[in-house]
Design a protein around this ligand. Sequence first.
Ligand code: SPV
Ligand code: MN
Length: 639
Amino acid sequence: MEMAETPGAGAKILKERLSKENFEKLLAIENTAVHEFVAKYVEFCDPDSIFVSDGSPEDIKHIKEEAIASGEEKKLAIEGHTIHFDGYHDQARDRKGTRLLLPKEVDLGLGALGGGESLGQIERDEGLKEIHSILKNIMKGHKLYVLFFCLGPTNSEFSIPCVQLTDSPYVAHSENLLYRQGYAEFNKLGKAARFFKFVHSEGELANGVSKNIDKRRIYVDIDGETVYSTNTQYGGNTIGLKKLAMRLAIKRGSEEGWLTEHMFVMGVHGPKGKLTYLTGAFPSLCGKTSTSMMMGEKIIGDDIAYLRIQDSRVRAVNVESGMFGIIQGVNSKDDPILWKALHSSGDIIFSNVLVLENDGVYWIGHDGEVPAKGVNHSGNWTPGKKDAQSKEIPPSHKNARLTLNMELLENLDQRINDPEGVEVGGIIYGGRDSDTCVPVEEAFDWTHGIITKGASLESETTAATLGKEGTREFAPMANLDFLSIPLSKYIENNIKFGSQLSNPPKVFSVNYFIKENGEYLTGKLYKAVWLKWMELRCNGEAQALKTPTGFIPLYDDLRKLFKNVLETNYSKDEYLKQFKLRIPEHLAKIERITAIYSTKVPNSPKVVFKVLEEQRKRLEEVRKKHGDYVSPEDFEIVN
Ligand code: SPV
Ligand code: MN
């Protein structure tokens, strides 16, 4: 039998600072590293009181009550719903304030890729010093919550235990909705737990929101597997297990041979009752949640997946068990399942939407008229209200979100908690691209897909990060913001991952944003059809046309799918416009991407240039024969 660890110096501090009940809960976990970590930040941040959650229903309920009692959340009209506001200048992920702490000699080379915003790093000791100077006594007057979670299903090879410290009951409540409880996992693992650590403080508040935005920092200590977040409340900056853990997991996965991807996981129904699992990476605000929530299909996750190879197959788990989804545009017609959940009782946090006099809520794109007044992230609001820069303030922030546990969704797949994950049939890359890529296309093979679709992904910027909107940004695998290893290494890992398999998943791209003369060429629901086509292709059940950039659907197959799935007549004319090959735009894209990999990405894998060059040549050949814009009808059918 293994000996229990002797309590370390931390236990003494904890005994002094914690109530008996909380102390016992914490010490029941036989892992002195956990005790030392909590003790260190209890001493350092100096909270007035401490609450240790064991993840029981009572503790979960208590945290939500405290979120309401503290004013960080307010009750709404529907039972269980609450509203949380983040500060006016704290509405999105802060790239500028986010830094990786790394030794001086390590340069990940990501700094040049941030599109004007730094994806920065800071020398580890200097960064630790700075963040600790901010953290010193920061929790005076606050209560500290000590929380245990598990990234991924419990009892699974995929999963990683985590400890979160936060002085925000809103953050604690959010995590209780978004992640699997991990107290039992820690109890079971004892000192074997290799856990991630998160320290968050919202800092001093004014009117309920973080006041010292100039001291907003998200510092990621890769080697220490610890992330520090201060003076911010917005979920993407504070919820440790979400985007902060992703950076730690990318590093750990890179060392161990598995992938952490910014991907949804969903099941798409095919003929004869078959269910094929697809994963999809999209930058924020590009339709990722709405794709994963597609009517008639099954959702496993909408944001982050771990991918591992088992028995020569790719398997995926959803790292999370809840959704922190974009609410803008959710309406009864296009999003019936989400709409229903949002209008039923249940534990749901709305953030940065408009709250009406009757405690109902409204957001951009909600059914019905824009209300005449309400309260939003800017305070009292009426239509036409302007901010300090004379910019009109919309009723809800574009990055306003909903937070719920996926148990509230009718379309949740029963395998959400499967410790083995699900087998991946295909992976999808999607971006916001107004002029180049067709609505859906399959790569020739894994490497072609990883390079021309994943590593070449671009997206026109949105409101999900602070900064300018509407410019084309390089967004490889929609994962650039979260890399903690060099991009070249990350791409190599991806290529290697698939090349170990005899039958790797198919790789697709989708583009819901292709335009002509300023008008979108595809309807919001068309993605339902693209998904069905990809499902068929994963199983060898549809032919395709071979173009220089990949395989595209046949008109006849789409016509049938539109009829079956959307009960609409899909015209040939529409098809020809949507699936036209746009050679000048493709060549320009290859030029942009090649320039980035040759000038801004140290040690780019040679295969990146080779595959892009081959694609360029294929495009030039076709251009000689057919001109700049080529009809799909000029391409040959393949199986
Ligand atoms: C995203 O922006 O990709 C999100 C929300 O999923 S956040 O938590 O802010 O990252
Ligand atoms: Mn995301």
